[in-house]
Write a protein that binds this ligand. Structure first.
Ligand SMILES: Cc1cc2nc3c(=O)[nH]c(=O)nc-3n(C[C@H](O)[C@H](O)[C@H](O)COP(=O)(O)O)c2cc1C
Length: 190
């Protein structure tokens, strides 16, 4: 698949078939992650690949309670309709764990340790593009308490569970949410 086609065609998927995904396919997606840029090539990521139904159920419970908490805290009506069932039904969840110790000189600069998060974000986007190129759907999911995810997956407290990548065959291709006009977002100088 052409890179521009992959970038434009990738969508956040929230409705998956329950069919399993082969190990080799998951490994190709993880390998794509590792080719992302990172500060000082520190490669600040680790991955936990979950196919176990009990663990998925625990993560679902966490996502669901965060959703209810978020609804109360924000009052955002759309959250009432938002369902996180995909955390149970998708065949694979990949937790991306960042290591704040593996950051660049940003550790000493304004804003603090952000480089490891940026590196992990680049790795995550590679995973989404690779999944899409392989005909899979994926979602960048972040609605959970990090401590609860650490507890469920036995992750040490100094590591940062930054995102869960939900992965599987899509039930349908979601519509593309509109993008803002480029000329409102860019300034050319020179
Ligand atoms: C950092 C980050 C966090 C996100 N967290 C969530 C999430 O918790 N739940 C969710 O359903 N989508 C989440 N998304 C997906 C966005 O909602 C989605 O990318 C956006 O609406 C644009 O849609 P598209 O990905 O189909 O282009 C997240 C995306 C990013 C980059």
């Amino acid at each position: 698949m052409d890179i521009f086609e992959a970038i434009r065609g990738r969508r956040s998927c929230r409705d998956f078939l329950e069919e399993p995904i082969e190990r080799e396919v998951i490994e190709r997606i993880l390998e794509a992650a590792t080719w992302a840029p990172s500060p000082l090539n520190a490669q600040p990521w680790e991955f936990v690949v979950i196919t176990d139904a009990e663990i998925k159920e625990k993560i679902f419970q966490e996502g669901n309670s965060c959703k209810h908490w978020g609804l109360e805290a924000s009052g955002w009506k759309w959250l009432g309709k938002y369902q996180v069932e995909f955390l149970k039904t998708a065949p694979v969840l990949i937790v991306v764990i960042g290591d704040p110790a593996k950051t660049g000189l940003d550790a000493y600069m304004e804003g603090g340790r952000m480089g490891y998060q940026h590196g992990c974000a680049a790795a995550i986007q590679n995973m989404h593009l690779a999944a899409h190129a392989l005909g899979l759907g994926s979602l960048w999911y972040t609605l959970y308490r990090k401590d609860r995810i650490r507890e469920i997956l036995d992750i040490p407290k100094e590591k940062d569970p930054l995102a869960i990548i939900v992965l599987g065959k899509p039930k349908k291709q979601p519509p593309a949410p509109p993008r803002k006009e480029l000329d409102k977002k860019v300034r050319f100088i020179g």
